[in-house]
Design a protein around this ligand. Sequence first.
Ligand SMILES: Cc1cc2nc3c(=O)[nH]c(=O)nc-3n(C[C@H](O)[C@H](O)[C@H](O)COP(=O)(O)O)c2cc1C
Length: 205
Amino acid sequence: MQKRIISLFLAIMLTTVLAVSLTACKTAQNNENTTGGQTETTQTEQNDSTKIAVVFFSATGTTAEAANLIADETGAARFEIVPQEAYTPEDLNYTDDNCRANQEMGDTSARPAIKNDLSQAAEYDTIYLGYPIWHGTAPRIIQTFLENYNLNDATVYLFCTSGGSGVEQSIQDLQRSYPDINIAGGKRFNGADEAEAKEWLDGLK
Ligand SMILES: Cc1cc2nc3c(=O)[nH]c(=O)nc-3n(C[C@H](O)[C@H](O)[C@H](O)COP(=O)(O)O)c2cc1C
């Protein structure tokens, strides 16, 4: 009789231990799945929305509008290159030979300072870099940006707005000055045209 009681007790103990172990196993598995799922979601979100950046300089807002279109279309993060010293209308009055913008463009070593920290922008895989055309090419502050931050691991697309000049000269100039940057293409926008932006971006896919 005593033996049977001991056997029964042992059987109950064994079943309990088994049940507890199984539950623990299952919980651990669930946690793993949840964690795995979360990690995957985060990565997917990053892949979809954060690997592309639009970085731009705009003195009077036109390039900013084109930048917004590209950011909306691609889901890219948006970074504005803000000059330490904002450009006044007098600074931009290119009919005056001595205006600040003309002086900078006439001086190949001019590197107007940037006010904000753009180190995060340089970490993206694909970067759309935009600017207004000044004297046929990119403003010097774009060179400040490219010399302050290393974009050598990124694919860079240039875009510009202008009164009529194309983007080609600026592509050539920047590629010659910074041969290690992978400039994969460029586009001039005639203001902010959603259809034009979409067509260009679709063509790059
Ligand atoms: C100093 C200066 C030089 C410019 N040079 C040119 C030029 O060579 N060719 C051109 O088509 N437009 C030129 N423009 C016009 C700008 O490229 C155009 O207005 C641009 O869309 C302005 O962009 P933003 O509003 O983003 O600054 C010049 C403008 C400035 C202020």
